[in-house]
Design a protein around this ligand. Structure first.
Ligand code: C2E
Ligand code: MG
Ligand code: MG
Ligand code: MG
Length: 279
């Protein structure tokens, strides 16, 4: 009996694995076609100065629109594009589209500040990244200081000479570097100093529990103090309530991003928002 059960279990697993693999492959194929057919687009979420309510910048956040289906959020496809290397093509699209949109807004006289673009580790390791960033700036005409690249802490943990060389090549283009989801990884002060980072974005997990957790409040206070010491900008992600906003302000963090101010918006809606919140 045991043997039989074992066999059934084995067969069940084989079946499940095969199905998972098939689903993965079909998603990969659909993503590949989606890239060929231009099914990806960007939404933009404002980064706000809480003391004035004005925009400091916007973050470009990618979405996938398969024809006739609901809009797909990045959490559902970015991981697979990273595993398969498709992120390199997708990332190049995002860079160009974000720079071109930002420059178009600037030319319309909209004061949007910087445009932030997320870079995944896999994209960062690609040989063509620095050239790709240069191209995006060149074809859009966006001044480099208006572009901010968001990196993850895990990427900075790679002490490879390559990482250091890429970061300094990017910095030499004149753009800005931010660390995304700060506090969730293990980056050391030395790295932050060494890589000429401009901004820390405090992860939303700390902001979410600010009202309840004295620990998280202390962590945020520590990050803010550290940012001040290193003369870095510091922004809080995922600000949803007035209470969170005022606690953050009392801790000295006045750059906010979150649903309290605006959700990520399609370009036309972001434009409307900017007309009343531009600097
Ligand atoms: P992220 O870069 O940390 O972006 C912030 C995420 O938090 C966004 O989710 C945004 O919609 C969400 N968010 C903003 N304000 C609030 C809030 O008040 N409350 C809550 N609960 N959430 C808020 P989204 O757009 O689903 O993106 C998820 C992640 O996907 C991003 O996290 C980023 O890591 C990745 N991603 C998005 N676009 C790109 C891209 O173009 N390239 C790469 N490599 N990754 C991307
Ligand atoms: Mg980000
Ligand atoms: Mg983040
Ligand atoms: Mg995040």
């Amino acid at each position: 009996l045991a043997k039989q059960q074992g066999r059934n279990t084995y067969r069940f697993h084989t079946h499940a694995l095969t199905r998972a693999a098939a689903e993965r492959l079909s998603l990969e194929t659909r993503l590949r076609h989606g890239l060929d057919r231009g099914e990806f687009l960007l939404h933009y979420q404002p980064l706000v100065d809480a003391t004035t309510g004005k925009a400091l910048g916007v973050e470009a956040l990618v979405r996938w629109q398969p024809p006739g289906e609901d809009l797909v959020p990045p959490g559902r496809f970015i991981p697979l594009t990273e595993e398969t290397g498709l992120i390199v093509r997708l990332g190049a699209f995002v860079l160009r589209a974000a720079c071109m949109q930002a420059q178009a807004w600037r030319e319309q006289g909209l004061a949007l500040g910087t445009v932030a673009v997320n870079l995944s580790a896999r994209q960062f390791m690609d040989d063509g990244l620095v050239e790709e960033v240069k191209t995006a700036l060149a074809i859009s005409g966006l001044p480099p200081h208006c572009l901010e690249l968001e990196l993850t802490e895990s990427l900075l943990m790679e002490q490879a000479p390559r990482t250091i060389a890429t970061l300094s090549a990017l910095k030499q283009l004149g753009l800005r570097l931010a660390i995304d989801d700060f506090g969730t990884g293990y980056s050391s002060l030395a790295y932050i100093k060494r890589f000429s980072i401009d901004k820390l974005k405090i992860d939303q997990s700390f902001v979410r529990s600010l009202e309840r957790s004295a620990d998280d409040k202390a962590i945020v206070a520590t990050i803010v103090a550290m940012a001040r010491t290193l003369r870095l900008e510091v922004l809080a992600e995922g600000v949803e309530t007035d209470a969170q906003a005022s606690i953050l302000a009392s801790l000295g963090c006045v750059e906010h991003q979150g649903y309290l101010y605006a959700r990520p918006l399609p370009p036309a809606e972001l434009e409307t928002w900017l007309r009343s919140h531009g600097r």
